[in-house]
Write a protein that binds this ligand. Structure first.
Ligand code: FES
Ligand code: FES
Length: 164
């Protein structure tokens, strides 16, 4: 509780990350993405820019896709976070990850965790997206390698797989 801390103490935050309860001290200026990568060692969430544009840092916060470089860890106090590591049990792929694999929706892979996390919320909000819907939905995620065609195909197929 920040109010009870003595001067210089770091506030504690409690949140759920990939289904597990986490309580940690954080410095007030720590970004959520830094907390995820450095404190929790969940390095599947990437940092690809310092301008909030690339989307490589996308995670789910209370079920919504957010760019975790755009908020402070302290602002996630009490929230439920899912990172790419939380999408499937270790060693397995979620249907959307499998679709990226099947459609060669990645080359260097740097953008992929953010793309997949964004794709998951896109498909949750719209289970039957058109190609235009997918392109529009992924506008906040930059890929420097693929030219997007295979990513769009992957998301369309992943949507189908998730519809079952
Ligand atoms: Fe967050 Fe690029 S690192 S948008
Ligand atoms: Fe390299 Fe997207 S696969 S940035």
């Amino acid at each position: 509780n920040p109010e009870q801390g003595f001067e210089g103490a770091m506030p504690e935050i409690s949140l759920t990350v990939n289904g597990e309860q986490v309580t940690k001290s954080v410095e007030g200026r720590t970004l959520l993405v830094e907390f995820i990568r450095e404190t929790l060692k969940l390095t599947g969430t990437h940092i690809g820019c310092d301008t909030s544009q690339c989307g490589a840092c996308t995670v789910h916060l209370n079920g919504q896709a957010v760019k975790s470089c755009t908020m402070l860890a302290a602002q996630a106090d009490g929230a439920e976070i899912t990172t790419i590591e939380g999408l499937a049990p270790e060693g397995q792929l979620n249907p959307m990850q499998k679709a990226f694999n099947d459609h060669h929706g990645l080359q260097c892979g740097f953008c992929t965790p953010g793309m997949v996390m964004r794709a998951m919320t896109l498909v949750k909000d719209n289970p039957t997206p058109t190609e235009a819907d997918v392109r529009h939905g992924l506008e906040g995620n930059i890929c420097r390698c693929t030219g997007y065609q295979n990513i769009v195909a992957a998301v369309l197929d992943g949507a189908k797989a998730l519809r079952g």
